[in-house]
Design a protein around this ligand. Structure first.
Ligand code: ADP
Ligand code: MG
Length: 308
């Protein structure tokens, strides 16, 4: 999915069968891959997203390590269909256990579709350590939810065994995505906020102090379009509410944080789920102040949701 987003897709559809054991398919309408580059995409550590080592310090894409495709192709049966925007014909490329099985020209839509079947067929120990199908499925849903919140301008869908589990409009409206990820009633009560300081721009939606949950995980933190966990940011959010929150209760919402990519280090966590930020003190003060001010305004009336 991250590859689809890096390829500028405006629509990404995910089709899952049997919690991913039978099929994981990601279909995008992005740039596609030039036919001659397809084998390279499966070479370990090959990436088109970094040109030189300086690029490592200002990562703008979700991927950059060249690991996803070779890793999945070494433990499953993977079919990649792709057609680049300037290409008359595309390519269907099948690879299993790291070995190319077939390769054929293919007509078809622009963009890329990656299908994964027989996951871990050659690594029984890893197959055994998959969690219960329901648990694996809820992890997939969670991943989709996070991407949906980080990319309201991309139309995302998730289908499991033919049943639609998630669908976003892709119209850029974060509040509508919050209504899809949580529920409409919850989203309707959220109010918007925004602010800026020397190095940061923030915006998002937050719940009023009476609408809370018992965990921090209902406030999405998104840094330069990457969904992350960051304790300092989460703490700054709750400190903005101050004594308005009951002990053990946490607000609901989402915050987008934008900053120069030079000030973010995404290399501290293998899944890039945690990041290190420079000027963190400036950011946490900004967040707490913006939230405090917003909550102290009178007549906090959430805007209604339209077209849902
Ligand atoms: P990374 O994303 O770190 O570059 P991947 O193994 O995920 O590594 O992908 C390898 C390369 O294959 C990418 O750099 C990109 O050029 C190409 N690629 C993979 N998936 C797609 C896609 N859906 N659309 C376009 N190009 C893709
Ligand atoms: Mg990738």
């Amino acid at each position: 999915m991250e590859n689809a987003i890096d390829a500028h897709a405006s629509q990404v559809d995910v089709v899952i069968e049997n919690s991913g054991l039978d099929l994981i398919k990601v279909i995008d309408n992005g740039d596609g891959i030039a036919n001659e580059d397809v084998p390279l995409a499966f070479v370990r550590h090959a990436t088109s997203k970094i040109q030189n080592r300086h690029d490592l310090f200002k990562i703008m894409t979700l991927g950059f390590r060249g690991e996803a495709l070779p890793s999945i192709a070494s433990v499953a049966n993977v079919t990649l269909q792709t057609r680049a925007a300037d290409s008359e014909t595309g390519l269907t490329y099948q690879i299993q256990g790291g070995q190319v099985v077939s390769e054929a020209p293919a007509a078809g839509r622009f963009g890329t579709a990656v299908s994964v079947r027989s996951l871990f067929y050659n690594t029984p120990a890893r197959l055994k350590y998959l969690k219960k199908p329901q648990t694996e499925m809820s992890l997939i849903v969670e991943t989709l939810n996070h991407l949906a919140l980080a990319y309201p301008q991309i139309a995302l869908s998730l289908t499991h065994n033919g049943k639609s589990l998630l669908k976003t409009a892709g119209n850029g409206d974060l509040k509508q995505v919050l209504a899809v990820v949580y529920d409409r009633k919850t989203a309707e009560k959220l109010v918007d906020f925004k602010g800026a300081s020397e190095h940061f721009k923030i915006n998002g939606y937050l719940s009023l102090p009476e609408q809370t949950r018992s965990s921090r995980s209902y406030f999405a933190v998104i840094v330069n379009h990457r969904f992350v966990k960051n304790f300092s940011v989460s703490n700054a959010i709750t400190s903005g509410y101050g004594s308005k929150l009951m002990v053990g209760r946490f607000p609901i919402g989402a915050i987008n944080i934008e900053l120069d990519p030079l000030l973010v280090d995404v290399n501290v966590h293998p899944q890039k789920a945690e990041i290190r930020l420079s000027e963190e003190g400036e950011l946490t003060s900004l967040i707490a102040a913006v939230i405090r001010d917003r909550l102290s305004q009178e007549n906090l009336i959430p805007q209604a949701l339209e077209n849902l």
